[in-house]
Design a protein around this ligand. Structure first.
Ligand code: ADP
Ligand code: MG
Length: 255
C-alpha cells in the first residue's frame, strides 16, 4: 500500500498482562476508504488491540501511526484530534446527562469545555455553540434517533445507546472510526439499521475498523478481514478467503 492510502498502521505492537501476552507483535494496516473487519475467538486480543490503538492501554512495544504520524505517545483525547475515534463494546452511560449533553461532550474522555460553556453561558450562546447544537441535531437525525435528544442517557435501551455512541463518534469528523462489536446485544432490526448506517457512511468515504462477533454481518460488511488468534495476526484476506482458511476454522473450533 502507498503510505497516503494508509489511515492507520500498527508496527510490532506488544502488550502483556502479567505472563499473558494479549497482543503479540501485531502489525496491521487499514486502507483509507475500507471497512476493515477484525475477528477472532473470544480472548484473541481484539479489544486489547483497540485499547492500544486508541491509547487507553499503554503498549509494551511497537508503534501506532495515524495518517503517517506517530501517535504512540499521545493520550486518547489527543488521538481523537488526530482523527482516530473509537466506540466501546459496552457504551458507558453518562450519568446525569441527556443525549444532547452526551453528544456535546463528544467521543472519548475529553475536557468537555463545550458542555460547560453551554451550561453556564445562559442566553449568550456563541456562534460555535449554536453550530454544535445544530450538528448534534443533524447527527442524531441521521441515525434516526432525533426524538431521543432530550432523554436522560440512563433511560436508553442498549441498542439506542449504541446509536448515540455511534453519533457521538462523528462529532469530531474522524478519519478512522474503530467500532468494538457495534451490533452485540442489539435486536436484529436495530442491528440491520446499524449495518445500513455503516455502509452508507463508508460510501461517503468514512474508513472503519470493526470488531464484530456476528459472522454473517462482518462477512457481509467488511473487506478485508483481519483474523486475530492468541494475540497474533493469524491471517488477513477477503471474506471468502477467511471463510475457507483452515487455520481460521481451527482457531474457532479449537478455541
Ligand atoms: P477479545 O476482545 O478478543 O475477546 P481481549 O482483548 O478482551 O480479547 O482479551 C485478550 C486476553 O487478554 C484475554 O486473555 C483477557 O483475559 C486478557 N485481558 C484483557 N484485558 C485485560 C486486563 N485489563 N487485565 C488482565 N488481562 C486482560
Ligand atoms: Mg472484546
Amino acid at each position: 500500500l502507498d503510505k497516503d492510502d494508509v489511515v492507520l498502521k500498527t508496527t510490532g505492537l506488544e502488550k502483556a498482562f502479567g505472563g499473558l501476552v494479549a497482543t503479540d507483535d501485531v502489525s496491521i494496516e487499514v486502507e483509507r476508504g475500507t471497512i476493515t473487519g477484525m475477528i477472532g475467538p473470544n480472548g484473541a486480543g481484539k479489544s486489547t488491540l483497540f485499547n492500544l490503538i486508541s491509547g487507553f492501554y499503554e503498549n509494551d512495544a511497537g508503534h501506532v501511526t495515524v495518517n503517517g504520524e506517530d501517535v504512540t505517545d499521545l493520550e486518547p483525547h489527543e488521538r481523537v484530534r488526530k482523527g482516530l475515534v473509537r466506540t466501546f463494546q459496552t457504551p458507558r452511560r453518562l450519568e446525569g446527562m441527556s443525549v444532547r449533553e452526551a453528544m456535546l461532550v463528544g467521543p472519548g474522555p475529553q475536557k468537555g469545555e463545550s458542555v460547560f460553556s453551554l451550561f453556564f453561558s445562559g442566553s449568550d450562546v456563541t456562534e460555535e455553540e449554536r453550530a454544535n447544537i445544530e450538528q448534534t441535531r443533524e447527527l442524531l437525525e441521521r441515525f434516526e434517533i432525533g426524538h431521543l435528544i432530550d432523554q436522560p442517557s440512563t433511560d436508553l435501551s442498549g441498542g439506542q445507546m449504541k446509536l448515540v455512541e455511534l453519533a457521538r463518534a462523528f462529532t469530531t469528523n474522524p478519519d478512522i472510526l474503530l467500532l468494538d462489536e457495534p451490533v452485540a446485544g442489539v435486536n436484529p432490526t436495530l442491528a440491520n439499521d446499524i449495518k445500513r448506517f455503516i455502509r452508507e457512511l463508508n460510501e461517503e468515504g468514512q474508513t472503519f475498523l470493526i470488531i464484530e462477533h456476528d459472522m454473517p454481518i462482518i462477512m457481509d460488511l467488511a473487506d478485508p478481514i483481519i483474523v486475530l488468534d492468541q494475540g497474533k495476526v493469524l491471517m488477513e484476506g477477503s471474506p471468502d478467503e477467511v471463510r475457507s482458511d483452515d487455520r481460521v476454522i481451527e482457531a474457532y473450533l479449537g478455541g
